[in-house]
Design a protein around this ligand. Structure first.
Ligand code: SF4
Ligand code: SF4
Length: 447
């Protein structure tokens, strides 16, 4: 079987991002294969765990992809200060005689942003709203490449390595089946130290907030990389609670047009025509966004990667340019307005190197520095008695169940397939047991 077919059969999607199906992403011609080991979100440690403990497998899969797709440059990019991981990967490259380079990044956020890492490694700027393939690159996260290694042995993507940290008894790297409830994961890490808390899935900058009352029903998906237990009166909870109208009124009343949000914006620094302070100025004139969707400044919100630097790190007034951009992106998308891609060449801002946000400072501003230096190296492998495997945890159409209630399944069995002629990924049973319910999730209970 061709490698891309193995990846498709294993249901692999980008493990560190939005979950784009990997067999589609790799279907092209590239000069650079970049393995993203930046793990740039403060607090997350799972990719580092994999690079430290499974360096041979990551290097082998990287070399196999480059070989299969005839990609001349294969690069694993991670932060230079990940000393143990850099050493492990270099040793694996040498031991296996692999044609793979190890590229050391500075420690800044968002070093792992796809367009940022492409520039760091290749010196080429991906055009605004463009794809890395436009400059000859394809980027895959380190955990995705580890999943590809397993797919090469016929093992599908059914389990996740995640960081569980914050206000928990024992911060850990956790390996559990897809579909595991978040509450089970928190218990494995010694439970919450707080009675009242919120959970962020992912990193503290771009992760999604889950309320305490939802942790029994919210589950681990193929893209979950972290579970952070945080105080219910902290930055994340209050930021999520702010409604759109209040956010816009604040922008109107308090934006001092200092332009720090623009000066620090990583996409602006790559030379992309996005200037969040100008978007904020427009929003101060009118909070009726519908009448402004034709405006080129408003449309530039589509170039925002929602990294959060502008609101968490840059803005001295505590305003929310990222949230406003996200809102505009939704409205522009709903109106069918797409940013026009171009092949024009862009150059980074000459100040870019001086405007990188150090990761540790970002952790301070995000209110999570308390957990920043936690030593997290222990791995716990666990399995609940019941999983609820979502049929949509990737970009594209939801997978279609091919099992019925009452069926017995073994771990690794296909339970849902990609609908014909659609973008998507197939899904496998993550534990052995009986199918007890099928809706937008397949519930499997151990017998
Ligand atoms: S979230 Fe803010 S800093 Fe990040 S890309 Fe968007 S506008 Fe720029
Ligand atoms: S950093 Fe804050 S105050 Fe300054 S221009 Fe941007 S949104 Fe306005």
């Amino acid at each position: 079987m061709r490698l891309l077919d193995m990846i498709k059969a294993a249901g692999i999607v980008g493990c560190g991002g939005a979950g784009f199906p990997t067999h589609v992403k790799l279907n092209g011609t590239f000069e650079y294969l970049i393995i993203n080991g930046a793990e740039c979100e403060p607090l997350l440690r799972n990719d580092r765990y994999l690079m430290r403990n499974h360096a041979d497998e990551i290097v082998a899969a990287t070399a196999a992809i480059a070989d299969e797709l005839s990609i001349p440059h294969a690069v694993i990019a991670l932060k230079g200060h990940y000393h143990d991981e850099v050493q492990a990967l270099k040793a694996a490259v040498e031991k296996n005689g692999a044609k793979v380079d190890v590229f050391e990044l500075e420690s800044f956020y968002p070093a792992g942003d796809e367009q940022t890492i492409v520039y760091e490694v290749t010196g080429r700027v991906v055009p605004p709203a463009g794809l890395p393939s436009q400059v000859g690159a394809v980027v895959n996260n380190a955990a995705t490449v580890y999943a590809i290694y397993q797919a090469m042995s016929g093992i599908p993507l059914t389990r996740k390595y995640m960081t569980v940290t914050g206000e928990v008894g024992r911060p850990v790297i956790l390996n559990v089946p897809v579909g595991t409830p978040l509450s089970y994961c928190i218990e494995q890490a010694g439970g919450s130290k707080l009675d009242d808390y919120v959970v962020v899935t992912g990193g503290p900058m771009m992760g999604k907030l889950v309320k305490k009352q939802d942790v029994n029903t919210a589950v681990v998906t193929k893209t979950t990389s972290g579970i952070l237990v945080l105080p219910s009166d902290g930055y994340h909870a209050s930021s999520a609670a702010m409604d759109t109208r209040r956010m816009l009124i604040q922008a109107r009343a308090a934006c001092i047009q200092c332009s720090y949000c623009t000066q620090m914006c990583p996409r602006h620094m790559l030379g992309h025509p996005i200037e969040p302070h100008r978007i904020m100025r427009k929003m101060a004139v009118s909070i009726d966004t519908g009448s402004m969707l034709d405006d080129s400044i408003i449309r530039s919100a589509q170039l925002c990667c929602e990294c959060g630097i502008c609101e968490t790190y840059a803005c001295p007034m505590g305003l929310k340019p990222r949230k406003i951009n996200a809102m505009l992106k939704r409205e522009l998308g709903a109106a069918g307005i797409r940013y026009q891609r171009t092949d024009e060449q862009y150059s980074p801002n000459p100040m870019r190197d001086y405007r990188k946000a150090p990761t540790e400072k970002v952790a301070y501003r995000a209110g999570v520095h308390k957990y920043y230096n936690y030593e997290i190296s222990d791995l716990i492998t666990a399995e609940p008695d019941r999983v609820d495997v979502p049929l949509s945890m990737h970009i594209g159409a939801p997978a279609q169940a091919v099992v019925a209630v009452g069926d017995r399944v073994q771990v690794g069995d296909v339970i849902a397939l990609i609908p014909q002629d659609k973008l998507g990924a197939c899904i496998h049973a993550s534990i052995s047991g009986r199918v007890t319910a099928i809706g937008d999730r397949v519930t499997i209970v151990k017998e």
